[in-house]
Design a protein around this ligand. Structure first.
Ligand code: FAD
Ligand code: UDP
Length: 409
């Protein structure tokens, strides 16, 4: 008898499995239909021995100290600040648009104050900023919108920016200084040994059993359990009763090259050329040294694995109908990007899962998460991670605990 059947071993399912098992002593069965844990954040070593992200580049960034500290229980980090260039008018210029982008694009030498005036002179004021077009055009005007956002967005979503909620392009800021980092969050880092290793540490607990290559429907009626946590697509759970919720998919094309480096930065965006949107060179993210390199090209697709909820009013309305059904199911918690139809980053999914756990145990989130820090596994795993860096990998949490014990003995 399991206390919880958890569907999906991505961030949502794994955080809840970890908290319920380690924080509350619950017995958990974690099921995923893929052959691996980690969900879309899964990484692995390819044939050449280079660490790659199977489902596209995943860069960790957050402003939440709580989320960062929680994940630090399971991994050490490699400091990494993400940088992206966009291929526009034959140049590779910084995106988010910043002072250097404007100066290089137009052959100017404006100062920060002057570039603010420049934006003000080209911006098209909008009374209400509703769509992804409004956000950009009202800040930097139509020309920059067309150079950097319109083509990319049409490719990525199969929709015009005017058909998408403002939050989509609002993810990319505009700057008047020379800061060329993609994110400005307080914490920006990559798991030192990769995401999969972090998930392994998270899930290494005697109360957690993992069943891969298995759709939960194959086992839900035969394996006794008390309650359920579901992190798959919400419309699928309800057999598409109100019709399909649109999700955007991607095709990933990996290319191994016989040279050490190809790109000046981890990601190059192609708003106006090619069928792909961006190309990522993984070693920039992971810091791995290797004589070869590997790139991934992202081709947006209408069909395929559901990767992105599509934020626009009619989809949000349809989601609300599924949300109402979900709320009627008091035996099931719906968590994560697909189950709550939210364009969430990893840290937001972790925060959401920690909130659900806090609700389940009837505590404030900070308390429920901090309960972790009081437990012996925290210093042990961190110590093991330090030890790992000095002496090579420590395979599992139990070994990590033993290693940490030896260290202090
Ligand atoms: P998922 O990781 O999708 O996990 C859900 C799991 O449920 C899947 O493994 C699936 O196989 C399983 N499942 C579904 N249905 C069933 C079923 N019926 N039975 C059994 N198992 C089932 N976020 C960032 O913070 N930074 C980034 O740089 C970043 N880059 C991204 C790049 C791309 C290309 C994509 C697609 C996403 C990116 N994200 C990024 C977002 C990040 O991937 C998600 O926020 C996070 O992985 C969501 O976790 P989740 O657990 O909600 O869902
Ligand atoms: N975007 C764009 N041009 C760019 C980068 C982003 O038009 O060079 C838009 C596009 O609509 C994209 C959205 O901004 O889907 C969010 O970008 P982000 O890099 O956050 O996308 P993700 O990493 O989630 O795919």
């Amino acid at each position: 008898m399991f206390d919880y059947l958890i569907v999906g071993a991505g961030f949502a399912g794994s955080v809840l499995a970890e908290r319920l098992a380690r924080g509350s002593g619950k017995k958990v069965l974690l099921v995923d239909r893929r052959p691996h844990i980690g969900g879309n954040a899964f990484d692995h070593y390819d044939d050449a021995g280079i660490l790659v992200h199977k489902y596209g580049p995943h860069i960790f960034h957050t402003n939440s100290r709580e989320v960062f500290e929680y994940l630090s229980t399971f991994t050490a980090w490699r400091p990494y600040e993400h940088r992206v260039r966009a291929s526009v008018d034959g140049q590779l210029v910084p995106i988010p648009i910043n002072l250097d982008t404007i100066n290089r694009l137009y052959g100017l030498s404006l100062t920060s104050m002057q570039v603010e005036d420049f934006f003000a002179s080209v911006a098209e004021p909008r009374e209400t900023v509703r769509t992804s077009e409004d956000v950009v055009v009202s800040r930097v005007g139509r020309e920059l919108y067309e150079k950097f956002f319109r083509g990319y967005t049409r490719k990525q979503w199969g929709l015009d920016p005017s058909q998408l909620d403002s939050m989509v392009t609002a993810r990319v800021p505009v700057r008047t200084n020379r800061d060329d980092r993609y994110f400005s969050d307080t914490y920006q880092a990559m798991p030192l040994r990769g995401y999969t290793r972090m998930f392994e540490n998270m899930l290494d607990h005697e109360n957690i059993k993992i069943l891969l290559n298995t759709d939960y429907r194959e086992v839900v009626d035969v394996i006794p359990h008390d309650r359920m946590i579901y992190s798959g697509p919400v419309d699928e759970f309800f057999d598409y009763r109100y019709g399909k919720l649109p999700y955007r998919s991607l095709k990933f094309e990996f290319q191994t090259v016989n040279q050490e480096w190809v790109q000046p930065v981890a990601v190059l965006n192609y708003p106006n050329e090619h069928l792909y949107t961006r190309v990522t060179e993984f070693k920039h993210l992971t810091g791995q040294e290797h004589p070869k390199s590997i790139l991934v090209y992202e081709y947006p697709m209408a069909e395929g694995d559901p990767y992105y909820p599509v934020p626009r009013p009619e989809n949000n309305e349809l989601y609300k109908k599924y949300q109402a059904l979900a709320e009627e199911r008091s035996d099931v918690h719906f968590v994560g990007r697909l189950a709550t139809y939210k364009y969430y980053n990893m840290d937001q999914v972790v925060a959401q899962a920690l909130s659900v756990y806090a609700r389940i145990v009837g505590q404030k989130r900070a308390e429920a998460t901090r309960a972790e820090a009081a437990r012996p596994s925290t210093p042990a795993v961190l110590a093991a991670s330090r030890k790992e860096r000095q002496h090579g990998p420590v395979a599992s949490l139990s070994k990590a605990l033993a290693a940490a014990g030896n260290q202090s003995a």
